[in-house]
Design a protein around this ligand. Sequence first.
Ligand code: BMA
Length: 326
Amino acid sequence: MTIPNTTSLPNIPWEDRPAKNRDVIWRYSGNPIIPRDLLPTSNSIFNSAVVPYQRGFAGVFRCDSRTRHMNIHAGHSKDGVHWQLEPNPIEWIYGNSDIAFSEYCYDPRVVWLEDRYYITWCNGMHGPTIGLGYTFDFVKFHFLENALLPYNRNGVLFPRKINGKYIMLSRPSDNGHTTFGDIFISQSPDLIHWGEHRWVMAPTSGWQSTKIGAGPIPIETPEGWLLFYHGVLTSCNGFVYSFGAALLDLEKPWKVIYRTAPYLLSPQTVYECIGDVPNVVFPCAALHDPDTDRIAIYYGGGDTVTALAFTRLDEVLVYLKTNSSL
Ligand code: BMA
């Protein structure tokens, strides 16, 4: 088993902010990093999650097939930019045969937690809910349980226990294109039984007026947990997905300390504004190198491709504090 380096990440994908760019987050010039047809069977590859693995990176990728079935595939990369994906979807090993049922899988998150990589994703169990599984090697994937009841999406684990409990963010929803949604926290002693639910935050106005959902695994900082989250505005032409950030209390992460009033990234490029679902940026992973403060964010563009953006932790925190509205 490989124990990942939880501190330094000197090989984090990176590109300096372009000279004339004044934004907190800037896009990789080589975007999109994963085209929709990287696999011969894929219609689109987006909303995907990556982690440091061995000397490079591994991940779980949302690949909608050309039959338009939603599923998740494992992938590997030496540099975090160029990816090889497994042609076949993840085949879950079910310890408990009563739960060997999944209508679809989408929007994965991956986290190193204690001794293995845990995967959460939106799992079809007579409606969308949060599937929870794990892997040691990105070859064998074990299904643990559905963490919550339908209808729910955007299940995101914290990277360590807090006060002896595992913590998961989620966004209760409905069976369709949910037109509402607050972020909640659930707690568990064993990653199987979830309870002690706490409300975290609701949609407010503008880019985050319709619904919100947790994005990448929260990043621990001395001042709180940095959470990137998506927010949705309903325009006369449909939903617009942007993302911002919040800082959550270290001990009671349902307490929101700061929350960006402006978005950090909104759909503005061709690969974000044009695709199977136009006007979507949807982050599912963020790598952080504490030595340089660099952050690399992986996000889906237009529900079609996977893209990369960069920022620095100290800059996000300063921006968050000075542009916050709770
Ligand atoms: C959400 C999810 C995401 C998707 C987004 C925009 O409800 O289905 O996977 O990126 O809508 O279509």
